[in-house]
Design a protein around this ligand. Structure first.
Ligand code: NAD
Length: 477
């Protein structure tokens, strides 16, 4: 599958886009891959009208009919994973093996939501009036507007599409303009599966213009966003005028807490690869490492050794574990984090600089002795930087772990069941991994608390996000 210009899908029709469009850049080479079309305001109106019509058709289908189309879409996507993964790597940079896994997750998710849509049960509530029957039902909420970030060009997009479609909604989605081909490949799979026109609409454009346009309209009843906290807050304000419900999957700053009673080698095996996966551009990436005093030096040395072995390069090349950052603009951000940490007394154990290749590569970086005041301990770096510090005990580390306004993922390593229980209960986070970092699966809820957002994707919660409740009381005459 050659990398071609990304088109819009509106009302079942692929369009080049009447807006100005923009170049799509390969972050590993700096080369222009193709153009991403932009929707004009008139095309956005067409997408809204299509979603309104698509909703009428799709919500009238039975869950079994919807599941049959979704199963076909899952098969269509499965058949082109290898080709789509190459394009995902070209536009985003992650190693092609990871891109395949990500697309496989999408196939799994489409199937799961197709099936789960069949279980949108309601309930009967015993009535005080013997003549009345009281029913609570779940209905699809209506057309959805969704916006997603570039770091998981497939996962971010499919969580919204499959949840919405599985619940019986239509959707207008604006994936990232930096990684459009993956969203287009997913949309093509749904087209091939015979999804009725207007149920899935894909648009691109200038993000702020698109979201203002879509959210000003009363057509969409729900907004789902994956991206940064400032943009999430902005979209929530836009959604307020028409009182649209929101799901906000925003940034995080995951603490990793390693107690002296943990198996340090096992903890390192679990977290080092996880830190550098996707070059650290993961919202649940382990981000601040708190290691109890006796294990600290061993952890720092082990982390550094492993980081030095991470093979960095073009994600299409064999054996590469870590690709480039998404774009040149992120290099300056990494420099700022590292320089600030050094100014606060941190020691660069390895990395700390961009790499010489063409493209936006940053070396896997380990920073030791990083004080809590350093910017990297408070703001999300979204890159391959691992700041490590020590802690004394449970109270100290809980207070520090919970001191930020974010609460997405947290990780704890301990051999004490009691400590694991205390930490999982007391950490301010939507997801906690105890001796395990696998917090993102198809069938479990994924989402944050506090300024990391609210609402979940994945699991039954991810379907409920696209449903509304109706109460019916009926006296049969
Ligand atoms: P960003 O918010 O600037 O951009 C994310 C996406 O939102 C992009 O596609 C962008 O085009 C779009 N966007 C930007 N402004 C918009 C607007 N006004 N209206 C509509 N869409 C708009 O974030 P970023 O820095 O590029 O991406 C990384 C952030 O996303 C990180 O903070 C990360 O933690 C977060 N993220 C969260 C999750 C999660 O599930 N919680 C998953 C992935 C990424």
């Amino acid at each position: 599958m050659a990398y071609t210009d990304a088109k819009l899908l509106i009302g079942g029709e692929w369009r080049r886009g009447d807006g100005p469009g923009e170049d799509i850049i390969n972050p590993a080479t700096g080369e222009t891959l193709a153009r991403c079309g932009h929707a004009s305001p008139a095309e956005l109106d067409m997408a809204l009208a299509a979603a309104e019509q698509g909703f009428r058709v799709w919500s009238a289908k039975t869950p079994v009919q919807r599941q049959q189309v979704m199963e076909k879409a899952a098969r269509a996507l499965e058949a082109k994973i290898d080709e789509a993964a190459v394009n995902l790597t070209k536009e985003m940079g992650k190693p092609v093996g990871e891109a395949k896994i990500e697309l496989g997750f999408a196939v799994d998710l489409i199937r799961w939501y197709g099936e789960e849509g069949k279980r949108a049960y309601g309930r009967l509530v015993p009535s005080r009036n013997p003549a009345a029957r009281q029913m609570v039902t779940s209905e699809p909420v209506g057309p959805v507007a969704a916006f997603t970030a570039w770091n998981f060009p497939s996962t971010n997009v499919i969580r919204k599409i499959a949840g919405a479609i599985g619940a019986g909604c239509s959707i207008v989605i604006k994936p990232s303009e930096e990684t459009p081909a993956t969203a287009v490949a997913i949309a093509e799979a749904f087209q091939e599966a015979g999804l009725p026109e207007g149920v899935l609409n894909v648009v691109f454009g200038v993000p702020d213009e698109v979201s203002r346009h879509l959210l000003a309209s009363p057509v969409c009843k729900k907004v789902s966003f994956t991206g940064s906290i400032p943009v999430g807050k902005h979209l929530q304000k836009l959604a307020a005028d028409t009182l649209k419900r929101c799901t906000m999957e925003l940034g995080g700053h995951a603490p990793v807490i390693v107690f002296d009673d943990a198996d340090v080698e096992k903890a390192l095996d679990a977290v080092v690869g996880f830190k550098f996966r996707n070059a650290g551009q993961v919202c649940i990436s382990p981000t601040r490492f708190y290691v109890q005093e006796k294990s600290y030096s061993r952890f720092v040395e082990g982390f550094t050794e492993r980081a030095e072995k991470v093979k960095v390069g073009n994600g299409l090349d064999d054996g590469v574990f870590m690709g480039p950052l998404i774009a040149e603009r992120r290099i300056a951000v990494m420099e700022q984090f590292v320089n600030d940490a050094k100014d606060h007394g941190a020691v660069v154990k390895t990395g700390g600089a961009r790499m010489a290749n063409a493209g936006s590569f940053w070396a896997p970086t380990v920073l030791a002795d990083v004080p809590d005041e350093a910017m990297i301990m408070r703001e999300e770096p979204f890159g391959p930087l691992a700041p490590i510090t020590t802690f004394k005990g449970v109270d100290d580390v809980l207070q520090r772990a919970n001191s930020l306004p974010f609460g997405l993922a947290s990780y704890v390593f301990t051999s004490s069941g009691k400590t694991g229980k205390t930490m999982s209960e007391q950490l301010e986070a939507g997801m906690v991994g105890v001796n395990n970092v696998a917090v993102s699966t198809v069938e479990t809820p994924f989402g944050g608390v506090n300024e990391s957002g609210y609402g979940s994707e994945g699991g039954i919660e991810g379907l409920e996000a696209y449903q509304r409740t109706k109460f019916v009381t009926e006296i049969a005459l």
